[in-house]
Ligand binder design. Sequence first.
Ligand SMILES: [Fe+2]
Length: 390
Amino acid sequence: MNDTLPKEAYTDQAFFKLEMQHIFSNTWALAGLVEDIVEVGDYITVQAGLNNILLIMNNQGQLAAFHNMCRHRGTRLVDGKGQLKSKLTCPYHDWSYDLEGNLLSLPKQRSEFADIDKSCLGLKKAKVAIFSGMLWVHPDIEAISIEQWFGPFSQYLGPHDVESLVESKDDLQIEEINANWKIVVDNYIDHYHLAQLHSGSLNMYDHKKAEFAFVGHHFRFWEPLTQDYAVDLAKNAPLPLIDHAQEEKRGTWVPMLFPAIGLAATECSWSVFHIIPCAVDKTKVVVRTKVKNCSNLEYLKQGMRSANYWRQKTKASQPQYDSSHPLGSGDFMQEDIYICEQLQKSLTSPYFEPGPSATLGESPIRQHQALVWQWIKPYWQQHKTDTKQQ
Ligand SMILES: [Fe+2]
C-alpha cells in the first residue's frame, strides 16, 4: 500500500494470523458497555486475538475475567452472553467452577481423579477494566493498566458522560464487510475522503477545520459543525441534543483506539464502532449507539422538527445511482462499506499499485500502516524466511 506494509498484509492469511497473535492478543479489547453486566452471574464472552475471554460479575459483585476454557480438556465453557445461577459447568464432562473461577468438586468417577490438586485447576485469569463507560479485557493478567494504555488520550474522547446516556437499541448495526480490518480502520481515519464520498451524508461537519493526529497508538479527530447546521442547532439536530456535549467546543469527536475501536461522539449521540477481524478479507463491525435519556415523544418531536432540514441536506454521493445503491443511499456507513469492499477486490489484481498519498488528508493512513508494521515486521520477515527454507 505504501513503502511500509506489504500488499500481503491485506490478502495473506499468514499475515492475519500474526496480527491476531501479536496485536490483538496483546492489547486491551472492548467487551461491551458497563450496563451489559449488572447482576451477579451476568456474563459476556469476547474474542481477543487468539483468546476467548469470559467476563462475569462474581458473587462479590465484582467484575472478573477468565480464559473461557475448561481446565480439563480445554473445551469452551460458554458462548455469547447470558446469566449463570451459581456456577459454570463445562458441557463435556460436567467439570464445574464457581463464579470466582475455582474448580468445584468433580461430579462423577471421582476416584479417577483421586490425586489431583483442585486449587491448581481454577480458570486462568484475564484482566478486566472499566474505561469511559465501556468494559475492557486483556488476555494477560500482568498487562499494563488501561489507564496506562490510554494515558493522556482520554482528553480526546469528547465531553460525553457515556454512562448517563441510554442505548438506542433500534440503532444497533451489525455489518459483515468483505474487506481486511485495516482497510476499515484506514477508511475510518482517512480525512481526504470525507468531502467527496460523504458529500451528501456527512455534510453537517466542517471538514476543512478538522483537527487530527496520532497520539501514541491512538488517533484523535475532531471537527466543528457547519455554519448552516449550527445556526439553528436546536431545530436542525436529528435527535435531542446532549446538553453536556454542548459545553466544550461544539463538534464531533471521532477517535480510533488502537487497534480497532472507533468512537463517534456527536452533538446528539455517542457510538462505539467495534471493528472485529474475522479473516484476512472479512471484518465484522458492530455499532452501538447511545443517546440522551428522554421520552419517545421528545424523540418524535425532534425528528419532525428537523425532517425538513435533512430532506434538503441528505444527498446521494453519486446522483446517477438510485437510493438502493450504496452510492445513492446518502448513508455514510453504506458508502464506506461499499468502498472498503471495492478496494479489497482490487488488491488481488497483479496490476494493483498504490498511487500518491495526500500529504495531510491521508497522513493518518500512512501512520496507521507504519504502526501495524512496527508490531508485525520481525514476525513477518521470519515467516518469509521460514517459508523460503521449506
Ligand atoms: Fe467514510
